[in-house]
Ligand binder design. Sequence first.
Ligand code: TYD
Length: 132
Amino acid sequence: MNYKLIDMDIHGDNRGKLIAIEGTKNIPFDIKRVYYIYDTIPEESRGFHAHKTLEQLIVAIDGACQFVLDDGKTREKVWLNSPNKALYIGKNMWREMKHFSYGCKLMVLASEYYDEKEYIRSYDEFLKEVNA
Ligand code: TYD
């Protein structure tokens, strides 16, 4: 499975907590794009795609949600529920995001600019791609 959960170092003191993410230093790629997802609701799932080349790091800055991760052979479920837990997802991984808590905020760091051509949005096509 081309994903891993990374425990980020917390720089905390009596003023609060801070986490720093530096491309290629404490995550495996250089950061070209940042986006965030908010105003989600528990009833609505997102994702349902894979990327041919993109690498991503996802942090639930606030709240929680479940990721379903699938490499075409195995399907695993991972909860993101803490700002110091970062989910790295490499290429060719099908992902679904579910069970968002109200007010969940997901920050996503990406290795490439947005390019719809690099998405695989059909699960059948994804299976063909990974089993080719
Ligand atoms: P979508 O891929 O459906 O989101 P999710 O993976 O969370 O289900 O993206 C929603 C919309 O936002 C879609 O119209 C594409 C657009 N979008 C961008 O314009 N730039 C981006 O970097 C991303 C990730 C999405």
